[in-house]
Write a protein that binds this ligand. Structure first.
Ligand code: NG6
Ligand code: CA
Length: 510
């Protein structure tokens, strides 16, 4: 009893402090109820492998994404918005912690049985927001590891998102193409039959269990590279899994499933401020559109799941509106890395591409240090608060920690995350001066309109996926204001600029 009175007072005090410090007061409107006068909700809608050119609002002509376009036209569309990395785990690490992923040697694409990458001591977005009274949840893709090694999937898994700041979590552990292919709710595998325990192994198969290699006749989606281990729902995955039959997810229903969870979250949490990290799985492989989206894009499953994701976002927005919280919700839309066509399955992504350019004129793609690896769609939307427009400010997902800190009245000091709240709300067109981007542990410096890629050992081309890596043995320097496609290496022509960027890069990397 005593404790509940104390926590009540703490809540009241934090609410008062917030209302004093928040510079962006919620406007009164006809709905005017108690919901309207509380702190704005924050929603991050995060797609997986969506490219800079994959949306009609970002110039796509062969695909129509009306619902995301509505966010772009009713909010602020960034043309220089970045993920921290050209792959998933490092970008998500930076998004949630505000720390550059290259500072953590383990921040690489994780297998599905990897230990939790974020330390339970570390500052995170949800932890920070909890401090000022927010309810916090992740729904969707996690891919930041679980447990502390040797996870027992049949007991409550700890640490999980719930130990790094999320009050609630409903996740897929790693990726849709990695085992375990089950949903995990607050550390517990959903629908697990205790008599059919789950085992996961990334090194060797379980005796007698079919794989794509031993039983190709069971496979309905052919693998191209990797993805030839356990078969679930006809789809061969990365990693081996045994048991847990009743808990296995349905791939074609995944998007609807997460949408349902996200909508219910809003409905059941709207009375108090919430932070929802809605991490959708599209258009990452395996691309498994629900039948009602199959064939809709004419581009094969990759196009179809982009349309599916767009529809889901439209439905989610309707829920925010119907529940009366739309005007009191800041939405940030982005993607964890750039696009890839063939990421390990034969799914017509290459064959049916037609005139669509997922890179939107940029060079490279997922896994690349060239722009298409990290420059992604980035939209902020807050009905009646953010003035619609386009911003060329350099912003990065890593900045959300400090910026949202400012938004809720916390001065969150971190070395890497910059407070860009005024840029994100469109009050200034200025963003970062410098940004370090990462691809497969290599880094490059964006500075103003320039980008410098240092020499690295390795292949210039990732032949399997058909993407230029940005790796070469020489320095590369591009002026993005004149050469967005990074065709002209100016390193030799402009040694002064090159030196300047090398110096800044070295300083920042220390
Ligand atoms: C790669 C996978 C790729 C994808 C990626 C992670 C192979 C050959 N390729 O290792 O299919 O799963 O990891 O993507 O296995 S990410 O968007 O989560 O970073
Ligand atoms: Ca990704």
């Amino acid at each position: 009893m005593k404790r509940s009175i104390i926590s009540y007072y703490i809540f009241i005090i934090t609410t008062l402090v917030f209302n004093f410090s928040c510079r962006h007061k919620v406007k009164n409107s006809s709905l005017g109820s108690s919901i309207k006068s509380q702190k704005p909700n924050i929603v991050i809608i995060y797609l997986d492998d969506l490219g800079y050119g994959d949306l009609s609002s970002y110039g796509a002509t062969e695909l129509k994404t009306p619902n995301i376009d509505a966010l772009a036209s009713g909010g602020l569309k960034f043309t220089n918005g970045y993920a921290s990395s050209a792959t998933c785990t490092p970008s998500r690490y930076a998004l949630l912690t505000g720390v550059y992923p290259w500072r953590n040697k383990d921040a690489k694409i994780l297998p599905g049985d990897a230990p939790l990458l974020i330390s339970t001591e570390q500052q995170t977005l949800p932890k920070m927001l909890s401090k000022v009274g927010y309810q916090t949840a992740i729904i969707g893709k996690w891919h930041l590891g679980l447990g502390s090694g040797n996870v027992n999937w049949n007991e409550t898994i700890k640490p999980s998102p719930n130990e790094v700041g999320f009050d609630e979590s409903y996740i897929l552990a790693a990726t849709q193409d990695r085992v375990p292919t089950v949903y995990i709710e607050n550390g517990n595998v959903v629908n697990l039959d205790k008599n059919d325990p789950i085992e996961v192994n990334y090194k060797k198969n379980f005796k007698g269990q079919p794989t794509a290699k031993s039983n190709p006749e069971m496979v309905t989606m052919k693998w191209h590279h990797g993805h030839n281990n356990s078969i679930v729902n006809g789809i061969p995955r990365i990693g081996y899994m045994k048991g847990g039959e009743a808990a296995k997810w349905s791939d074609i229903d995944m998007a609807d499933h997460f949408l349902d969870k996200a909508q219910n979250y809003v409905k059941s949490h709207k009375e108090k401020p919430f932070f929802l990290y809605y991490a959708m799985q599209q258009p990452h492989v395996p691309r498994t559109p629900h039948p009602r989206f199959v064939g809709k894009s004419g581009m094969g499953p990759r196009g179809d799941v982009i349309l599916e994701a767009d529809w889901m976002i439209g439905e989610f927005m309707k829920t925010l509106n119907e529940e009366g919280v739309l005007e009191n919700t800041l939405i940030i839309f982005s993607s964890d890395n750039g696009p890839v066509l063939n990421d390990g399955y034969y799914d017509d992504a290459v064959e049916k591409l037609g005139n669509h350019d997922p890179k939107g004129g940029l060079r490279g793609g997922k896994y690349s240090l060239f722009e298409a690896g990290t420059r992604v769609p980035f939209i902020t939307y807050w009905k009646d608060h953010i003035k619609p427009g386009v911003s060329d400010a350099i912003v990065c997902q890593i900045d959300l920690l400090a910026s949202l800190g400012k938004f809720v009245g916390i001065d969150e000091k971190t070395t890497d995350s910059k407070d860009l709240l005024t840029s994100l709300l469109g009050e200034t067109k200025k963003g970062r001066d410098h940004l370090i981007i990462e691809a497969k542990s290599n880094t490059a410096l964006r500075s103003g309109n320039w980008i410098m890629i240092p020499p690295y050992k390795g292949k210039a081309m990732n032949k399997k996926v058909g993407t230029e890596t940005g790796v070469s043995q020489e320095y590369k320097l591009f002026n993005l204001s004149e050469d967005i496609g990074q065709k002209h290496n100016l390193a030799k022509e402009n040694p002064k600029k090159l030196q300047e960027l090398i110096q800044t890069f070295n300083k920042l990397k220390k």
